[in-house]
Unconditional design. Sequence first.
Lengths: 308, 402
Amino acid sequence: MSQKLVVVFGVGPVGQGLAQAVAMSGCDVVLIDEAADKLEDSLVRITQALDSEIARWGLTEGEKKSILNRIRTSTDLKEAAKASHVIETIPEGLEGKRQLFSKLDAICPVETLLITNSATITVTDTAAGMKHPERLIGMHFLNPVRKTPVVEVSRGTQTSDAALENAKRFAKMLDKTVIQVYEYPGLVTTRVFLPMLNQAAKVLNEGIASCADIDNAMKLGFGLNMGPFALADQMGVDSLLSWMESLHHETNDNAYLPSKLIRKMVRAGLYGIKSGRGFYRYGPDGRRIEGSGLSIRELSAPGAISQR
Amino acid sequence: MKILVLNCGSSSLKYQLFDMADKSVMAKGLVQRIGIAGSNIVHRKGDNGPKVTINTEILDHKDGIRKVFDLLISADNGVVTSLNEIEAVGHRVVHGGDKFASSVLLTDDVLQAVRDCIVFAPLHNPPNLKGVEAVSEILPSLKQVGVFDTAFHQTMKPEAFLYGIPYSFYEKERIRRYGFHGTSHRFVSRRAAELLKRPLEELKLITIHLGNGCSMCAIDKGKSVETSMGHTPLEGLIMGTRSGDIDPAVMLHIMKRYELTPHEVDNLLNKHSGVLGISAESSDLRDLEEGWPTRSERANLALDVYSHRIKKYIGAYIAVLNGCDALVWTAGVGENSPIVRSIVCKELGWLGIEIDPVVNDKTWRGAEGDIATPNAKVRNLVIPTNEELVIAEDTLEIVSKR
């Protein structure tokens, strides 16, 4: 047993959320990215996230201070050599991930657990070319990491039992329930959610019900925390589109053929919360504006998007 | 005869080595940031020796305890020449459920029963157990004793420990009042009998432990008959950051209104409430007492609410006991706050409680004494608590029996 030090690659919402969750579990964490300014921004956003937890009585000022003390940022990949756990949350793309892990494979001691957060690229594909592929495992954390109490753990064909046990302990430290899945693009959550969103978009496009009503029907009807559109805005409509395309390619299943509406939204820059507009509109604080659900007519009218 | 006392938390552990020949502290210290970068040991020889800080990597509890043992026999900071001089280790264990009514020798069977109590104190019992396991791995022959915060209160009767909810929760989940700070309440009640020069068996006492956590205990003939903390240490008195008693419906209302998760409600009641929540200034009564009573309206309010709750429990416990020979004040605030004691005891003359303001004001900082007026019916004792010594004494008693 050694002292834990977790290194997180990537400053997207999942990377930030993981850094925060690891620090909140009492463990030191280094957040690494090539862009120093993005690292600065992510620290600001983590601080904001902690402040909003304080406002909801979820944390104290003292706890916030010690959590922030446990988070460091760096642009130097070599910091990973000291880590007990390294997890990447860099943008989806096989080549980028392979390159990162072959570098990590070279500098990290063999005991270091290497983790990919990808849901659409398999561990086995990512591990190609590694000297020690047995210590690479998939752990798919969902955004927002802090609030989503589940992680999908997937083994590659070469992942060792020891790596699996280690990943389970890591999940336990972060208070996440482990769903162990056979390696396949999309795992469980992405595979099941994408067709639901696709159908919801079709229902909206056909004018069967309004955006907010479809969300409410699914939310109240099936006891979900959020409707599919609110969730899609949070996950990023552009990311969802690329996952659909990759799963459609992988499975040849038309359930993943992206609906016209989703393609149209991405072309128009309606990515969700991150762009201020998706299926709903959002204020600068990321809060949804009341009664702002997307109407199809609006999307079809020339110039409608740019006016907002 | 030397006894080591350990109090293991999740990332820290406190230790004290006693020489039981004269009950003196040979060495004591604190291991901090176990398993976290920047760990260290703050060690001192004797009760008040100079502090020595040793910065060293401490991987886990076992590693920490091994380093404490090394320190105790080291040339520079050590106080014994061999670990064989240590007769036994006494551990503070937070929750013994309803399985333990007294301290016990920690055998394998007993340890299993302690593990069964984890469900009652998921944050506290596991690190307590880690300490026990670590010692038995390092020095398997050393005898170990568990001293429970809950044990002293196991003499409560069902009318005092049951909640007014469906009985099946008690039967199936053992949901009931357990009470805490038992080691402290027990220690000060015995000491009170000594000070009053009367046998404990004929005394009715109300002990008031006011520290970070606060609890009161009604003690009849040396036995706990009622205490203010409940299934968890959240119930009862208002504390630094804990709410104490509250209408549970208020929490349901707030949960719905602000869409709070159970975790957030837990934090709200345990870390944002109490004196801190009311004053919005500090959780530390010493801060609120600075400049009292002109500091601020809210600081006064927090002190008043805090003190009123204690007063209310005194009345209740006098009824439960059908009388009272003495109030006993202990722990940080109880031992050191003449202000709280004076607010609580104001206008209690009808019950025979009256304190001498002059004596009250100078009885603090480790002082022991009776602050009641000479003619008051109820004695009013300030007694510094010493939980570590109780653990050491219990440990010695149990290992000597075998």
